[in-house]
Design a protein around this ligand. Structure first.
Ligand code: MEV
Length: 293
């Protein structure tokens, strides 16, 4: 039996623009998907009805050259389809556990690459942002120019508030909506580039350990995401609750519904977001995909 887990992810800056190759700045959120894989020779496959799990198992089998029937179980405390990279975490943890169980453990880089391929197969359009961050953990910058873990001085101690409105939205449709807007309105194209500029600034600040400076950039990013049509009244209410309590905030992920991320994780900011959210919690920066006992 092999058990692996991978964290959820949140965008501090740059979602949607990353689909166009612009950089995004993310961190791995301390909520995880845990996947248990067991070989069951002589039985049939038994796994959850998830295209991500099926696709990841298929890729692990191909990698291992082994078709032994498997029993797969997934446990997760990451809200699904809510902007916290739940499918990336499930894909990375499944690839990690299944490849180990089949006797051909994948290297981290390989897990990241295959998890991205899983998302592309299942969703159509997907950047490697969520899958790379779920695999590597910590802070990352992901874009066409670079894809790496960021060394943020003091960053391991940073905390962020995550608020969830209780809803979810299909990533593919949200990405499609932005693409239609970009096709017919050149201002939307400029907005995508500007979001990339905010991420570039954010990476510079983060690398000097100035996580506080990220707040103003997050606020600006939220304005631009709103202009691209991916915010919603419930997301905006959580954002404004955080701001009214002295914090900074933006939606994270595809938008439409789901989660916001706010900074700093002061008590006032947490309780203000809580008042508008279905659920709110303080997120610490987490480790990437890993073996579990
Ligand atoms: C979804 O979590 C983030 C988006 O940027 C899509 C992607 O990066 O594939 C909206």
């Amino acid at each position: 039996m092999a058990r692996s887990s991978a964290p959820g992810t949140a965008f501090l800056l740059g979602e949607h623009a990353v689909v166009y190759g612009e950089p995004a700045l993310l961190f791995a959120v301390g909520r995880r998907a845990t996947v248990t894989v067991e070989t069951k020779s002589g039985e049939e496959d038994k796994m959850p009805d998830s295209a991500y799990v099926r696709e990841a198992v298929g890729r692990a089998r191909e990698h291992a050259g082994d078709d032994t029937p498997l029993r797969v179980e997934v446990e997760s405390d990451i809200p699904i389809g809510a902007g916290l990279g739940s499918s990336a975490a499930v894909s990375a943890a499944t690839l990690h556990a299944a490849s180990r169980e089949l006797g051909a453990p994948m290297e981290r880089e390989k897990v990241a690459e295959e998890a991205h391929a899983v998302e592309l197969d299942v969703q159509g359009a997907a950047s490697p942002a969520d899958t790379y961050t779920a695999t590597m953990g910590g802070y990352t910058v992901v874009g066409d120019e670079e894809k790496r873990r960021l060394d943020v001085p003091g960053g391991a101690d940073a905390r962020f508030v995550v608020g969830w409105d209780g809803g979810s939205a299909p990533t593919g449709e949200m990405v499609e909506g932005v693409s239609r807007l970009v096709d017919r309105n050149r201002v939307a194209d400029d907005i995508v580039e500007s979001i990339g500029d905010l991420s570039r600034m954010g990476v510079e600040r983060a690398e000097t350990g100035d996580t506080d400076a990220l707040g103003a950039l997050m606020d600006m990013n939220q304005g631009l995401l709103d202009a691209l049509g991916v915010s919603s009244s419930s997301l905006s209410r959580m954002v404004w609750a955080a701001r009214d309590a002295g914090g900074h905030a933006k939606l994270t992920g595809a938008g439409g519904a789901g989660c916001v991320v706010a900074h700093p994780a002061a008590d006032d900011v947490l309780s203000a977001v809580e008042d508008e959210a279905e659920e709110a919690f303080v997120a610490r920066v987490a480790e990437g995909v890993r073996t579990e006992e």
